[in-house]
Design a protein around this ligand. Structure first.
Ligand code: 5GP
Ligand code: MG
Ligand code: MG
Length: 183
């Protein structure tokens, strides 16, 4: 793969930079309104949520605290198993805090379902979820997600934080990978 031909690795663009920026600004406005008068701790899930976190908090005018977690789902290959290991925990005590988890994408929902339960056990005032993308067809568990950027079909997407083999995270748009990339 030639580094200079990243775009030829994609079959189509699902959301452009402009569309993502506009949608993230809408989510930020909604969140600001819902949390009016309350401090919020925004928890980004590394590494995929880096881009949406950065854009989401910059679109807000209120005070927000930010923290990060890294988790890994055990499981064969690319499938999530629901058995989660914490690679990097929060630096923040959640007691009495309003927590907003920020994710790039919810596929099976297993990772986030585990994470929400884990954070809820730490005594926060509330825990809500914001995800840029959700694949409704793939949902294995019922999970209450308050803020969703886009519902997408069950296909593998990259860009705007989302990777394939640690690549494509730096794209400012979201697209689907061409089959030749897999082979
Ligand atoms: P879940 O437990 O919801 O099945 O797993 C969610 C995680 O799987 C996401 O945080 C992401 O790392 C990965 N994932 C799921 N679907 C996609 C996709 O379409 N593209 C990419 N790049 N990662 C995905
Ligand atoms: Mg993620
Ligand atoms: Mg990944």
């Amino acid at each position: 793969m030639e580094a200079s031909h990243v775009e030829s690795d994609l079959t189509n663009i699902l959301y452009t930079k402009e569309e993502i920026q506009a949608r993230v600004a809408e989510l930020a406005a909604e969140i600001e309104k819902d949390y009016e008068g309350r401090d919020v701790l925004v928890v980004g899930v590394l590494k995929g949520a880096v881009m949406i976190m950065a854009d989401l908090v910059r679109a807000m005018n209120k005070h927000v605290s930010m923290d990060w977690m890294a988790v890994s789902s055990y499981g064969s290959g690319t499938k999530s198993s629901g058995v989660v290991r914490i690679l990097k925990d929060l630096d923040t005590d959640l007691m009495g805090k309003h927590v907003l988890i920020v994710e790039d994408i919810i596929d099976s929902g297993l990772t986030l379902s585990w994470l929400k339960t884990n954070l809820e056990s730490r005594g926060p005032a509330s825990v809500e979820i914001c995800t840029l993308l959700r694949k409704p067809d793939a949902a294995k568990v019922q999970i209450d997600v308050k803020y969703v950027g886009y519902e997408i079909p069950t296909e593998f997407v990259v860009g705007y934080g989302l990777d394939y083999d640690e690549k494509y995270r730096n794209l400012d748009f979201i697209g689907t990978l061409a089959p030749h990339v897999y082979s």
